[in-house]
Design a binder for this molecule. Sequence first.
Ligand code: SF4
Length: 198
Amino acid sequence: MREFFLEYKLVILTVSAILFALIFIDVVFRSAKHKIKKKKDFYKKNYGDGVVIYAGSAGGLLSYQIDDTVGLIGKPDLVMQDKKTKEVFVVDLKSGKAPLEMEKYHAFQLAAYFLMVEKNFSLPVKRGIIRYLDDGNKENSVENSDELKNELFEQVRAIADAKKKISKNEVPQLVRNHNVRHRCEVCEFRLECPQVLV
Ligand code: SF4
């Protein structure tokens, strides 16, 4: 037996290595297939029979340049296309409780995504959805429109102007128009703002 093993040692080791590699590849392949299936099931259950055009978890940052000095960058959670109607829509997933109506700043966030998606994928976007995973998957949605985009441009330019003034110590008079601490937590002015909610 010992002689047999020594004589065929190389062959036995090679065959074992190949078998091990095949089992490993099979396990990895099955696990990848399982993950893809789980993802597809999730999309299908939550968003119907749509095609995923972009998923923020797997895609890079998208961008849109408003003018020479001001640009937008971001990562929408999902960009889907309805298989039947071919309509494209953007979905952003949130935690927490769903408000009765979409918050304006969420509408602006979606409007920014509309611009990025239209530029990066050359597809018109029909609407955007904010989906609350912790609140029974409730949704608020907003239609894509020139009006919303123009409002976003105004907001972004106002922020860019304010930032310029802040950098030159010409701080504009800020008047907080809300009592939502979370908005201050994610606001880019929170470090400089005298009215920040903490
Ligand atoms: S940090 Fe200041 S500017 Fe930003 S949301 Fe809060 S109050 Fe408004």
